[in-house]
Design a protein around this ligand. Structure first.
Ligand code: SAH
Length: 280
């Protein structure tokens, strides 16, 4: 475990593990997405219908290609083969759907394997998830919620997205893959947390640290741990969000940095204890 400063000059646009629209590190750009944390109105799925589909004509990688890439990415991990089979199955479903709606900009097999699945797997290794209720805030195509649910069948994972068609896609995927410990809901996270408490909230590629804690300010007592999965500029973000996090009672407990193979970039898992960790 380390907390080295690691902003990287080679921060590629796709270093952020997210699809079209939201850049995760910059509050200003985050505000341009449908995920603008201040927006109170319900999701408008129609607004997305006009969007150009970025990968409509791209050839679909085969299940075998993705499975081999997963073997490559997970070489040093102790992940069971059956788990990687399930990840490959999920990846093909996502990539196929990515031809009809913008779900992810990560489309090359090695990128898919490392940036989506290895990133999620390593995060699960760090967290005690057994028996926990986990909320994936802004799941998009199902990351990190689906890989997390697959890795820990004894955790209950709720995947929420404010964009109805994304939540519906994730719900259909859960049904198709038969993942009994996962459910998808079309709802804003802050609305879900008004009525429900969770042990762990996971946030990846939604917004900056500052905007993430602001998004949850009114419901901060509904969660125990807030986990943010970040790219190389995590430390700048932590500093920029420090005052707001402190003011709202989110305490940065652990930072865990890791490197993706093939020089695909640095990642960091930020573990914040939320105000709800007192007396839950
Ligand atoms: N976690 C995904 C990121 C998807 S992009 C990944 O790592 O690939 C962010 C997603 O968050 C979008 O699909 C958007 O619709 C959703 N979103 C934005 N604000 C939200 C909110 N307040 N509650 C729930 N979902 C939200």
């Amino acid at each position: 475990m380390s907390v080295e400063d690691g902003p990287s000059p080679q921060n590629e646009p796709d270093d952020d593990p997210q699809p079209a629209g939201a850049r995760g590190e910059d509050p200003a750009s985050a505000a341009q997405t449908e995920g603008a944390p201040e927006a109170e109105e319900p999701a408008e799925p129609e607004a997305e219908a006009e969007e150009e589909i970025l990968f409509a004509d791209l050839a679909l990688p085969s299940l075998d290609e993705i499975r081999s890439a997963l073997d490559w990415a997970f070489e040093k991990e102790d992940a069971p083969a059956e788990y990687l089979d399930r990840c490959a199955e999920h990846a093909v479903i996502v990539q196929a759907a990515n031809r009809r709606m913008n779900l992810t900009k990560i489309v090359e097999p090695k990128d898919i394997a490392a940036k989506h699945y290895l990133d999620c797997w390593r995060t699960t290794r760090l967290l005690p998830l057994l028996g926990r209720t986990v909320l994936d805030i802004g799941t998009g195509a199902g990351y990190p919620g689906i890989p997390v649910a697959l890795s820990e069948p004894n955790a209950h994972v709720v995947l929420v997205d404010s964009t109805t068609k994304k939540a519906e896609f994730v719900g259909e995927t859960i049904e198709k893959m038969v993942i009994p410990n996962a459910e998808a809901l079309a709802i804003r996270a802050e609305e879900y947390l008004l009525r429900n408490k969770v042990d762990v909230a996971l946030v990846r590629a939604l917004s900056s640290v500052r905007e993430n804690v602001r998004l949850l300010r009114k419901v901060r007592h509904s969660l125990h741990d807030l986990i943010m999965m970040k790219g190389p500029s995590w430390s700048r973000e932590v500093r920029a969000g420090e005052r707001e996090a402190e003011r709202l009672g989110f305490r940065l407990d652990t930072v865990w940095e890791h490197e993706l193979p093939g020089e695909l970039g640095g990642r960091a898992v930020l573990v914040y204890r939320a105000p709800g960790s007192q007396g839950m």
